[in-house]
Every structure is written in C-alpha cells, then in structure tokens.
Design a protein around this ligand. Sequence first.
Ligand code: SF4
Length: 355
Amino acid sequence: MSKVTKQIFVGNVAVGGGAPISIQSMTNTDTSNAESTLAQVMELANTGADIVRISVPNEKAIRGFETVVKKSPVPLVADIHYDQGMGVLSADAGAACVRINPGNIGSEAGIAKIVDACKANKCPIRIGINAGSLEQDLLNKYGEPCADAMVVSAINQIKMLENHNFYEIKLSLKSSNTLMTIEAYEKIAKLIEYPLHVGITEAGTMRAGSVKNAIGIGHLLLQGIGDTIRVSLSEDPVEEVKVGWDILKALKLRSRGLDIISCPTCARRGIDIIAVANELERRCTDITKPIRVAVMGCIVNGKGEVADSDIGLIGIDLNTGKSDIYIGGKKSHSISNSNAVLELEKMIRKHIDNS
Ligand code: SF4
C-alpha cells in the first residue's frame, strides 16, 4: 500500500496524496534555443512524460524558458543550481515548479527570495538532494556521501522552507549508488509527509542504467514510497520516459500502449520472434491505449499467453512459414510469417479503434 503523502500540484499534474505516479524527464537542449527545447519537450510529452524539467543556468536561458512555458503541453520544472536569482526569475517566468539543490543554492536570504517568488506564482519547490553535491559541512561530518547525510540535508532544507511558511514541497534524495538511494528514501519516508520524486541519478548508459533504475524505483514503489519518478540515463531523454513507463507497467501501477508478451525463443520456434516483437514495438510507439499483445514462438507457452491477451500470435513451423493469430484468446486465422508484423499491427489498430 502506498504511503500517504501531502498532495501538491505541478501545474495541472497532481503529485502525491494518492495521485497516479507521474513520469518526468529532462531536456538536454540549449534552453536559450526555445525552438529546439520546445521540440524536445513535445517529443517527451508525446512519449508519455507528464512533467518535463529544464535547466535554467543564466538569463539567456530564462528567455528561452519563458517562451517554451507558453507553448508546452506539459508543466515545466526549472532546474536551478548556484544562482538564486534564476530561481526567482524562473518562478516569475511561469515555471510549474522550481528545483533547488541545497548543496549549492547558497544563503537562506537568497532562498527566501525564491520562496517569495514561488508563493506569488503558486509554484512548488522541489528540494533536490544529490549525493554528488552535498553541503561541505555534512561531508565533513559524515566523511563521505551517505544516506544519513542526504536525509539531514533534506530535513534542514525543509525546515528552512517551513520557517518561511512554505509547504508546497516535494523532495528527492538521489545517488548513483542504487542501495544508498534506496536507504535514503526509506529513511526520509518515515520522517516526512511531503511527496517524493524518486530515481537513481547518473545511472549510466541505456542497459545498465535501466536496470539500476528498475531495481531502485521498483523496490521503492513496491513499498509505497514514491509519487513521481525520473529514470536517469546517458541516452536520448525519450528513452528515460519509455523506461519509466515500462517500470510502472511492470508494477501494474499505470498502463499505456502495447504490453508485449514475447518469448526468448528456442529451437522450437516457428517464427523469428525476436525480429517480429522488436519491429512491432517500433511501429506502434504512437499507440497510447493499453493493449496486451502476445507474440510467441510455439504452442508450448504460447497457448497460455495468447489466452490472456487481446491479440496473439503463435508460430507453427519455421519450414512451412506459418503462424496462427488469436483474437481475445480465440484462434482466428493463419498467416504467412513474412506478413506477421504488418498483420499484427493492422489487427492491433483495428482492436484499438473498436475498443
Ligand atoms: Fe521456445 Fe516455444 Fe517457449 Fe518460445 S514459447 S521459448 S519457442 S518453447
């Protein structure tokens, strides 16, 4: 069962308080180039990002951010480091949330100015703790980045915002160390009721990073810890959104588009499942309505999987090059393996149009 957290709103997206787990990513364009930044925001939104974060490092970036905010289909979070003035300007420019990093954001007087701007613009603040940029006094005390140091940093920053009567807060405590991240979130979840943004930061490249995020985010969400997620990858940010969706789909927390059940194949396969499943996934990325599709190499496990699917395929024999198609678990017709991808896509789109 999910831990009950306070609900805040990032633009029109509810975070916490039992709202659906939202998916975030971050642009990597030059923010001062509003055209390319907006194009990436649109691409992320079309892939299923609920919220997008944009780095706002300087005044040129503020001007780009302001332009993108006006046209963005999803709420935008301004990512602020070092320069408190950028936090103020971002809130005034229409940020749906301002992210600050306690390790580098500077004096309380400057933070108070960000708080005032966020209050005036009804804009929440994300306190984004990162093990790689903890305050020096905490590093001195704990000797190295650790979960306890991250928790203390978070509590200190929350108190500072609360002292200024600011409570529209969400929080992240990220590390590239999956186990340290899990420990930090488990500890902070016992201490506060603010919504948590969870993810493994600097997780690495596509394969290893996806595994780290799936383990970290999955472990936390299964305990009911986490209200919004960001998968961090050294990849096109669109892949972060896709992996985020795959994590939520695997946990049955949200559904979107194709859920492909496909076997790893073996000598019994009656069709090249690896090629069919991957090509089908590539061709159907635009589909958002949930649909379960089983693509199976033979009858051994195929029979059970198609019975539980909206559309199914079971390979019959590589030599004859035939497969059987199933609709709603019932055998419909046989097709030539060479037509498998197009036939499945046609049937998937027809099923979605009729549902
Ligand atoms: Fe092999 Fe058939 Fe299982 Fe696929 S479903 S892995 S082809 S036994």
